[in-house]
Design a protein around this ligand. Structure first.
Ligand SMILES: Cc1cc2nc3c(=O)[nH]c(=O)nc-3n(C[C@H](O)[C@H](O)[C@H](O)COP(=O)(O)OP(=O)(O)OC[C@H]3O[C@@H](n4cnc5c(N)ncnc54)[C@H](O)[C@@H]3O)c2cc1C
Length: 447
């Protein structure tokens, strides 16, 4: 059901929920109806006119329950928003209605010092949580490169991995998400505690099948990560060295490789460009000398930039993952990107694509752990030349053996492996029977 606007009596009813902040001004509604979808020219065209009828910001779980109840009673679409840093319009209200901003629900509820498990409310910023964990000698295992501004629930519902993926794989791997507190959208909304198995259905479901109010996550012992930059003249050697570093007996938090044309244009936080391809690595202090030895043996130049924590401002990690795309787009907004897992014959597939697409495709590689094995993910920077061009390039990547995670689509399934997850759809039946949560984003429900 599509609501172009809400009647005043209804707005008054929202305003009478104690503790609930209500935003009614057009500018505010527009601001809270957007994310970073404009990295994709396809999504920009599709989403730029979507806008909420009303934006609300709860202060407590009770407020969340009241909002859910009212939306259910009045059949109003309800879209959740953390910090709004997603790239696929995940929190854009396709069918208007209410956008609920979760950022005031941000307490850290519990820390278990024997397991390191932390229980935190949905809207807590990952940067704040990481700071808190540091005081307990722990750290988050996985972070998006937007870790300073993104919310914890937004990462679980809309993200997938990032810094830490070289060691810890992806958010959906068993062991990261231990439980969820969830509010349902029903006549009498329920507050449920879902243990790890049941929680999986809400992991990366774009908030289509339940409102996350709190989460319990596993953490890792904290490490004073050292920033390392290694420059290589030759691309195949750079790729081999990257894989050798990731397979060595050293503890890594990040292991990225950028083609030299990208390094030339990035901020110089990892040192001035030397006209070579660059590996960017975060490594435990005990692994620095090993990486240095390996780099020198490969004929590369090695630089340790020191400890991350000792620095203020932006670090090496803010040159990686989708921050690489951000910096490239800041220079020229014609750049867009793709996301894929490269096949095991990485070099062969990369040169196949490079031979055809040349400098319209610049390589940005991240080492990730995929089902226990070190693999190369690619987030190449791509020069936008229209929809037909994009489709041809995606087809070529698939033909070269890559598994695509298309960032130019709006549904959970199309951005993933393309398959419907029956558990996600089942959870929606149970927790959102009217299909009001983030409508239009779960293909399995729309069928
Ligand atoms: C420059 C840049 C770099 C990025 N790098 C990475 C990266 O390395 N890895 C990565 O995974 N992502 C990355 N992203 C995407 C995004 O920043 C992250 O996924 C981030 O964690 C999203 O958090 P958020 O709070 O901004 O979520 P939002 O964008 O606000 O929301 C994301 C999704 O979660 C849902 N949601 C939010 N709160 C709740 C809730 N309480 N309950 C249920 N559903 C909810 C929303 O409806 C939406 O579908 C990047 C984005 C940019 C712009």
């Amino acid at each position: 059901m599509h609501h172009s606007s809400l009647p005043n009596e209804l707005i008054n009813e929202f305003q009478s929920i104690s503790g609930l902040k209500v935003f009614k001004k057009t500018k505010e509604k527009e601001r809270f109806s957007r994310d970073f979808y404009d990295y994709s020219p396809v999504l920009k065209k599709r989403l730029e006119n979507c806008c909420a009828d009303l934006v609300v910001q709860p202060n407590s779980v009770e407020d969340v329950i009241s909002v859910a109840q009212l939306c259910y009673r009045e059949d109003i679409p309800l879209t959740l928003r953390g910090a709004g840093t997603g790239n696929y319009g995940q929190c854009v209200p396709l069918r208007s209605g209410v956008v609920m901003v979760m950022s005031s629900l941000n307490n850290i509820r519990d820390f278990n010092s024997s397991t390191g498990f932390v229980t935190v409310e949905a809207g807590c910023l990952m940067g704040d949580l990481d700071k808190y964990l540091f005081s307990k000698e722990r750290q988050l295992r996985l972070l998006p490169s937007t870790w300073r501004s993104a919310s914890v629930a937004g990462f679980v519902a809309g993200g997938s991995g990032g810094i830490g993926s070289v060691r810890w794989g992806f958010l959906r791997d068993p062991g990261h998400l231990l439980s969820l507190e969830v509010v349902t959208v029903e006549e009498q909304p329920r507050k449920l505690c879902l243990e790890a198995d049941a929680a999986e259905a809400l992991n990366h479901a774009y908030g289509t099948n339940g409102i996350i109010t709190a989460l319990t996550l596993a953490t890792a012992p904290s490490v004073a990560w050292q920033e390392v930059a290694i420059d290589c003249r030759d691309w195949p050697r750079a790729v081999e060295l990257l894989l050798d570093c990731a397979r060595a007996a050293v503890d890594l938090h990040l292991c990225s490789l950028l083609e030299k044309q990208i390094v030339d244009l990035l901020p110089a936080w990892s040192g001035p460009s030397t006209g070579r391809h660059r590996l960017l690595i975060l490594v435990n202090p005990d692994g620095v000398s090993t990486l240095e030895r390996m780099a020198i043996a490969a004929g590369a130049s090695f630089k340790c930039l020191g400890s991350e924590k000792a620095k203020t401002g932006s670090g090496l990690r803010e040159l990686t993952w989708n921050h690489t795309t951000l910096h490239m787009r800041a220079i020229n907004s014609d750049w867009t990107y793709l996301q894929m897992l490269l096949p095991l014959c990485e070099l062969e597939s990369m040169s196949l694509l490079k031979n055809k697409w040349g400098d319209d495709l610049l390589w940005h590689i991240e080492v990730v752990r995929q089902q226990g094995v070190q693999r190369l993910a690619a987030l190449p920077i791509v020069r936008w030349q229209g929809q037909a061009f994009l489709e041809e390039l995606i087809a070529d990547c698939k033909n070269a053996g890559a598994i695509m995670f298309n960032p130019h689509v709006i549904t959970v399934e199309d951005g993933g492996l393309g398959v419907i997850d029956g558990n996600q759809v089942h959870a929606k039946h149970c927790f959102d029977p009217k299909g009001l949560l983030n409508p239009g984003k779960l293909k399995g429900w729309m069928k």
